[in-house]
Ligand binder design. Sequence first.
Ligand SMILES: Nc1nc2c(ncn2[C@@H]2O[C@H](COP(=O)(O)OP(=O)(O)OP(=O)(O)O)[C@@H](O)[C@H]2O)c(=O)[nH]1
Length: 568
Amino acid sequence: MTARPAWLPWLCWLAWLIALPAPALAWYEVAEQSQPLGLHLSLLPTPEPISLAAAIRARQNGAFQPSQHDVPRLGIGAAAHWLYLPLFNPSDRPLRRTLQLGKAWVDQLDVHLLSNGRLLQQLQAGDDQLRGLQATPGMGYLLALELPPGRSELYVHARSTDPLVLPMRLLSDSDVQQASAAVQYSYGALYGFLLALMAYNLMLWAGLKDRNNLNYSLYLGAFILLNLSYTGHAGAWLWPDSLFLKRYANPAMMSAAAWLGLHFARHFLELDAHAPRLARAVSRGATTSVLLMLLCIGLDWHAPALWLAFVSVLVYTLLMVLLGCICLRHGQVAARYFLAATLCGMLGTALTDLSVWGLVPFSTLTYRAVDIGIALEASLLALALAYQMRQHQRALRRAQSLAYSDPLTGLLNRRAFIEQGNALWSTTRRHGQPLTLIMFDLDHFKRINDEHGHDMGDDCLTATARVLTQQCRAGDLLARWGGEEFLLLLPATRVDEAVALAERLRHAIASLTLESRVGQLTLSASFGVVSREQHTRLEELISSADERLYRAKQDGRNRVCGPQTDYC
Ligand SMILES: Nc1nc2c(ncn2[C@@H]2O[C@H](COP(=O)(O)OP(=O)(O)OP(=O)(O)O)[C@@H](O)[C@H]2O)c(=O)[nH]1
């Protein structure tokens, strides 16, 4: 006798296990606490429509398979399905429960409640018909059931070209109230926040004419519409009577949001400057996808429109990260905020997708992660815009300061002196205050340059400017008029006070000692002082000061020439 192989009993045991009919579903005891019913369901895909009677026979023949997930998710373009749920009402009276089923985008739901083979209730819902029950915004379809005492059976026929996602719960009246309050508050907060951001950026655009604000507002607007559409808010409020919009709003808004998001990214990240070819490719690709979407909508190709929308959003998300990384590599600091924002949006969307596909637990938090992600994304993008605005303001201030100041000494230049001097002229005149001007020039400066070098000459100029800044008051205007010539316009200062100041300055400059290659270097300067009387314009005052300065030079330099001959 040949020995029996050792693995044979195992194989028999395995074959027995496989041959076992699917375990009969336990009757779900209707409790006060609602919970996801996915694991109590069994399902039958029906590519060809079958009647309720045929579905009942198929279930009795064991054709239904138990659902593997808390929330049955059957994908885009999935076949229609029959769902079966055996229910047990332990009380001795009928129980009123609300069946919360599906998402707002599901096309058709036919619900049948049976007891002892008798049809007790039949309800219809879905977004591809106007006569059935419509979705409650943010909550899916809410169908009122009256469960008889003891056993009853629920057969649901579900069909959709949109993703067939079928969360199912039995809610008591208080559950419905709580859930609807939570949905209203949370969506109210989300839409309020996003609409406020959108309106604020539109106002900024109206005021500042910065295209980034407009692009960002449009992107936010598209996202808000998309969210309103897939949660059912838009179907309930904005287009309750349009089957066409209920059908195409989701893919159209997904496509529009992706296009507007990329358009915003292109300008915000200044992609045309950093990667012009990529910028053009992104723009062409995004526009092509929008045109294809319009074609699908025009030809009423629903399934291709959906696939196109999902692929567009996927490509869009990856592109946003890629663009952020490229601009970060080019040293664009604002790209950091942009990248962080995109990653938040992406993480939120991924978490929602994973929860819908069963790879992370399905809960309100994981399902709504996309909303949290988008709120964070919107906030970070707003910060990114604010940061960019601050950078522009800084650059503008830097440019202004370069245009108005002398780069060597940091004092005002000619243009700034004339502008600010005229303003000071008018203010002091209005207040009846005196105004005086000191003009001075370093003596024999050419010789310093020639003997000690140009750099030493520069050091003398900066040292002189330092002395000036230390000796003068905050309201005085100090300028380098040109070469080694300086101006001080002194508001509310009488001429005798100005002459005294000029003397102090002369001494201070004369006591400066600078180290040069050939030993210590000392400076001197000649001063001309004039007051406003008899002058009608600032330019005249400057000419008079120049004349006095000339006289001081003529009279031997290193001196102050004021209105009184004593000083000169
Ligand atoms: N190092 C340096 N020299 C400058 C600068 N601007 C003008 N100069 C020089 O300043 C000198 C001015 O010479 P002059 O106008 O002849 O006057 P000066 O030698 O001071 O003679 P007086 O004014 O009559 O005492 C020139 O040699 C210019 O090249 C500057 O920014 N740096």
